[in-house]
Design a protein around this ligand. Structure first.
Ligand code: GLA
Length: 388
């Protein structure tokens, strides 16, 4: 379905549910990440790309002060509440919107109520940041209705805060930033320490990014994520307090880690060594992309997976299996798990001529090994978040 028809069907639904036209429509994309995993919250660099799959949110003000009425089109679920009387527990999808509204209440002295409908085509649970896209689309739409003035960076930080405080995942800034700052044919080299970026042209010749979706989300995903983050904080706080000249992860080298190895738990040491190596890999990957050296980029992706699996321990048997399949294939330069881990997708840097053959043989092997159906997505870059 074209974007125009998607927007029209959301507008139509809005009219059907609320009886008038939405005042504003906003969209925000999902993202892939070429490399730089679990280091956005560890002062690192990351290299995401916004994709051409979006969440679209249509919203308007209503006549009832402090009343919020939501409709999730794809789930066919509705939810409403009135200021001061939120239910103690809410469906997960509501929290992304509830959080944005709560955070911006002070911009709404007249207590204008909000009606909102959203829908999207970003697969959920696949590590493509449908959550960040929902946060960004909703925040843009509500921000417009309530006249909130903000920079794109403030918008990204607002969305991250919603995820931290209303969803409970202590994520880094990568997903929200990529959704807001993304652009067609652009990778974003995001410096997560200064929260600034530069764009790198995505010139890949005969190569494309293919995602293979394991179809699984292991239950450890949220707790495992917060746990990794907490253990990295323990290490960096220790290093900062004990070693002069260390202010953040950029100042840490592998030899610094070796020197304190005995003072760290084995898991802390392994995780920290991934952080140090991955920061370096992203810098080298950005150079490889700039120089058109895709073989080098692919190699770094394989190395990243190895660390994520063996040392950061955020992979799972399904992801490892798919990366091993890719390693056997001559038309693939690199592959790794993508996003938070414990399921979701692998990202494969593959010769476009090999896509069908690789996918068919891998899907067969995956079915035999796990009795699960493999899905794949060919990724195209897309526009960053904005009002339509
Ligand atoms: C999730 C988080 C991001 C990032 C990745 C792992 O997508 O939302 O902030 O930490 O995991 O790199």
């Amino acid at each position: 379905m074209s974007e125009v028809s998607k927007v029209e069907s959301i507008r139509k639904k809005f009219r059907g549910v609320f009886g008038n036209d939405p005042g504003v429509v906003a969209k925000a994309p999902g993202r892939i990440n070429i490399i730089g995993e679990h280091i956005d919250y560890n002062d690192g660099y990351v290299l995401p790309v916004a994709i051409d799959k979006y969440i679209i949110a249509a919203a308007g003000t209503n006549e009832v002060p402090g009343c919020y009425r939501l409709y999730a089109l794809d789930l066919e679920e509705s939810y409403e509440w009135v200021d001061g009387q939120p239910a103690a527990t809410r469906p997960l999808w509501v929290n992304y919107i509830y959080g944005s509204i709560c955070e911006w209440q002070h911009h709404n002295p007249d207590k204008m109520g909000i009606d909102l409908v959203f829908s999207g085509d970003i697969p959920t649970g696949a590590g493509l940041s449908s959550s960040a896209a929902l946060e960004a689309a909703v925040a843009l739409a509500i921000g417009k209705l309530w006249n909130v003035s903000m920079t794109q960076k403030e918008l990204a930080l607002h969305c991250q805060k919603v995820e931290h405080e209303y969803v409970g995942v202590k994520c880094g800034i990568m997903d929200q930033y990529a959704s807001i700052f993304g652009g067609v044919d652009q990778a974003i080299l995001l410096d997560c320490l200064s929260i600034t970026h530069q764009y790198l042209p995505l010139e890949m010749g005969e190569y494309v990014f293919l995602l293979c979706d394991t179809g699984v989300t292991h239950s450890l995903a949220a707790s495992g994520y917060n746990d990794r983050r907490a253990s990295c904080e323990v290490v960096i706080n220790k290093l900062k307090s004990e070693i002069a000249g260390i202010n953040n992860w950029r100042d840490v080298t592998l030899s610094v880690l070796e020197n304190v190895r005995d003072e760290l738990k084995p898991a802390e040491f392994k995780r920290a060594s991934h952080v140090v190596r991955e920061i370096d890999r992203v810098k080298r990957s950005a150079d490889a992309l700039k120089n058109g050296d895709l073989a080098m980029l692919g190699n770094l992706m394989y190395q990243s997976h190895n660390d994520l699996s063996k040392n950061y321990e955020v992979s799972c048997p399904e992801l490892d299996f798919l990366v091993d399949q890719a390693r056997k294939e001559s038309g693939i330069l690199g592959a790794r798990m993508m996003g938070g881990g414990f399921g979701g997708c692998t990202i494969n840097l593959i010769d476009r001529k090999k896509v069908d053959e690789f996918f068919e043989s891998t899907a067969r092997a995956y079915q035999e090994r796990f009795n699960l159906r493999l899905r794949s997505y060919m990724v195209h870059s897309g526009e960053g978040a904005g009002l339509i």
